[in-house]
Write a protein that binds this ligand. Sequence first.
Ligand code: GLP
Length: 260
Amino acid sequence: MEVVILPGSKQIGSLAADAIEALLRRKADAVLGLATGSSPLPVYDELARRHEQAGLDFSRAHGFALDEYVGLEPGHPQSYREVIRREFTDRVNIDPENVHSPDGSAADIEAACEAYEEAIKAAGGVDLQLLGVGTDGHIGFNEPGSSLVSRTRIKSLIEQTRRDNARFFNSIHDVPHHVLTQGLGTIMDARHVILIATGAQKAQAVRDFIEGPVAAICAASVLQMHPHATVLVDEAAASSLRLADYYRHTYDNKPGWQGL
Ligand code: GLP
């Protein structure tokens, strides 16, 4: 796992966008794993800017969302399908037909989860997965206790996550209890994973998943087993890391040809 400590969101957005741009330049039909939440927004802003100003081309790219609420009516502004559309895919030239999300309004939830796994496979697997992390260490919506080899399935949200996400709704009562999420096994299949965490409220989760044991109680810790995981954090989110100086030294002296 590579940990990169950067001054702020702008630098994080730009470095993650560099990795996505490099991927698209060597593989125009790359499959991007798309996360919601506020953490990836600087990346989407930077990609939209590069599309607009430098013609970065997404016309052959594919996108797969990480997760979705269950039970929001189609088109609900806080459904992750809509959020991804608004924050990212509508701002670049990706074909809407190539952007997928788990179907949280399906009558047969199990079949919808299976179909989602199949669709990812049929697209050739995720090349680069963007992730945020919850204050309880969740990635996607894999709450504490999630199987480390889980696939796309329904999960119940922990109260803290509903509280954290209430800011996007009128009140906590409107935040669904159930969600569909790619499993930890699904996320681990992505060829490269970039997790972004900013702000002091993430410091404990960041320390737990980077430097604590690999354990289902902290779902993101499974990334310690990923062959190519990059963690981009700002100073506040990095403030509890024991080996912060080592991560800084390593990144500052990294061979330029290596990229992320
Ligand atoms: C939600 C999403 C996660 C995201 C998390 C953190 O729970 N399901 O994918 O990582 O929020 O969000 P934020 O980046 O806004 O802190």
